[in-house]
Design a protein around this ligand. Structure first.
Ligand code: 16G
Ligand code: ZN
Length: 515
């Protein structure tokens, strides 16, 4: 019929690359942009099917995040604003690697039957498309559109160049029947920020110097969007550098560079001593802060995702205890469950600090999709990776409880939401990071390493964990793990110890074991 011939004819225009096996990975497909046409086309088909299955709007984002500018990638956003459900990843893998149009069609037909997807035209598929600033984005976007329109009735809405968080937000807003344009996004951020400022108690004034924020835009989409946001944001003095007019995307700039190298990005220098600075990554879903402590070196004090998480956790815990103190609040017997979610990359000092606060801490494998899923199990779930990906999730139940409380409290309480008025130094001083080192080891087959317990233990190859343990035992406060990368053909090593020399040496010896 028409649907079949449409898939066959359009997919014949997008032959898959020879001799490469692609996998949906931690955050969608990623590779050199030159080999991605067929994959993006096929993910377009998947997105349209997902839209039919969920009877909702689906998102498709074309980006390779912090990777080099010649790479690109594609990931799918589910109706809730989160990532594609993990049950659909095997289908993504299989269609991406189907060698011929006939085999592709067969896989699609089998999957459609299994998922009970119907093409009755009652609610046609709708997909929102976004991309980052990579030059390959334009032609990949075309391929995605072709994929989407090879499902009868499906439509693609091009949102243009957007950040990854914007696209997720737009998909969620559309599905809630709310306004979902870029201006609405900026409006929501700036009005929330204004609310926070309005709730700062008198007396905890922020110093003028602390009001300044210099942002490294990674030469990507984040800088342009932040310019847009700035227009509606009062009360914060933002200067944006690395806007992409001169430098190269992610090259010597951006959150990944700053977090891994712990030195100043391009365009920052001695004049920035003591100023609060921040770095975004190529699709602006990572954020880390830093300050330059001394003019004489480019070494920075990093305020990473762990510290952002800690600040949120401290603040929210306080606010929750204010809400549940004083009798009335406890009366209704409701206790909001607050959880913090980390990965094995979280600095050990942060985990200790959070534990001392009495917080419930969960560990998941690396990648937003795992942390997000876990965070959704709590009333308030705060998650951050050390590299700066993260957010806070509030359950619907918690929000309606809060709304009811708020009405009750509005008239008689002044103690809700007390702001601290801390400096970045005070914030950074919450705890001292343990020295750490990350290395990568090129291997022939990274799948030979298999991990368990949120990647903290390597169960394959046999004996490797015992060898790692023997190294760790040589160092005070030593901690170390290896894991196969979800985005590159390498095995990663992470080590922590009481001194930098010790962390380096532990990482080096374990890298030799992994080799
Ligand atoms: C992806 C993930 C990131 C993770 C990184 C690990 C998202 C949006 N991005 O970039 O969270 O930290 O992969 O890469 O989930 P690796 O597996 O190569 O170490
Ligand atoms: Zn990113």
């Amino acid at each position: 019929d028409h649907q079949k011939s449409l898939i066959l004819s359009s997919s014949s225009q997008f032959p898959p690359p020879q001799g490469v096996k692609l996998s949906y990975g931690t955050s969608g497909f990623r590779a050199d942009a030159s080999i991605l046409q067929s994959t993006v086309f096929r993910v377009g088909i998947l997105a349209a099917l997902r839209s039919l299955r969920t009877q909702s709007v689906i998102g498709l984002m074309i980006t390779a995040s912090h990777n080099q500018v010649s790479d690109n990638g594609i990931k799918v956003g589910d109706p809730s604003g989160g990532m594609l459900t993990q049950d659909w990843e095997p289908f993504a893998d299989s269609i991406a690697n189907a060698p011929t149009p006939q085999e592709l069609l067969q896989l699609v037909e089998e999957f459609v039957a299994k998922e009970g997807i119907r093409f009755d035209g009652s609610r046609p598929a709708k997909v929102l498309l976004g991309r980052d600033t990579r030059p390959s984005g334009d032609s990949l976007l075309e391929a995605a559109k072709q994929g989407i329109s090879s499902i009868v009735g499906a439509s693609a809405v091009d949102m243009g160049i957007v950040t990854t968080p914007q696209l997720h937000w737009m998909v969620r807003a559309k599905n809630k029947g709310l306004k979902a344009a870029e201006l609405d996004y900026f409006e929501q951020l700036s009005s929330s920020y204004r609310c926070l400022l309005d709730l700062i108690p008198n007396g905890s004034k922020v110093e003028k110097a602390e009001n300044k924020l210099v942002v490294d835009g990674a030469n990507g989409v984040g800088s342009e969007k932040l310019e847009g946001l700035k227009k509606s944001l009062d009360g914060l003095d933002i200067e944006i550098r690395n806007t992409g007019k001169e430098g190269v995307l992610n090259e010597g700039v951006g959150a990944d560079f700053v977090q891994k190298e712990k030195i100043l990005p391009q365009e920052f220098g001695p004049k920035d001593v003591g100023i609060r600075c921040a770095s975004l990554d190529g699709d602006a879903d990572r954020l880390v802060y830093f300050t330059l402590p001394s003019e004489s070196s480019s070494k920075i004090d990093l305020v990473d995702g762990d510290k952002i998480l800690t600040l949120f956790a401290v603040f929210i815990k306080e606010q929750l205890s204010i809400l549940t103190e004083g009798g009335q609040m406890v009366e209704d017997g409701y206790h909001a469950r607050l959880g913090v979610i980390q990965t094995a990359y979280a600095n050990g000092a942060s985990t200790n600090y959070l534990r001392q606060l009495g917080l419930e801490i969960a560990l998941t494998p690396t990648g937003v999709k795992y942390l997000h899923e876990k965070a959704a199990e709590y009333d308030v779930g705060i998650y951050f990776e050390a590299n700066g990906h993260g957010t806070i999730l509030f359950s619907d139940h918690f929000l309606s409880w809060l709304e009811a409380k708020n009405n009750e409290l509005a008239s008689r309480s002044k103690a809700i939401l007390i702001h601290k008025g801390w400096s970045i130094c005070k914030w950074n001083g919450l705890y001292q990071d343990l020295p750490s080192r990350q290395l990568k080891v090129k291997v022939i087959d990274r799948t030979a390493v298999v991990t368990e317990n949120a990647e903290t233990i390597a169960v394959k190859p046999p004996g490797i964990q015992e060898a790692i343990n023997a190294e760790i035992a040589k160092y005070p406060c030593g901690r170390c793990f290896i894991r196969p990368s979800g985005t590159e053909d390498v095995v990663r090593v992470y080590a922590e110890a009481s001194t930098q020399e010790a962390a380096d040496s532990l990482a080096n010896s374990v890298a030799k074991i992994a080799d």
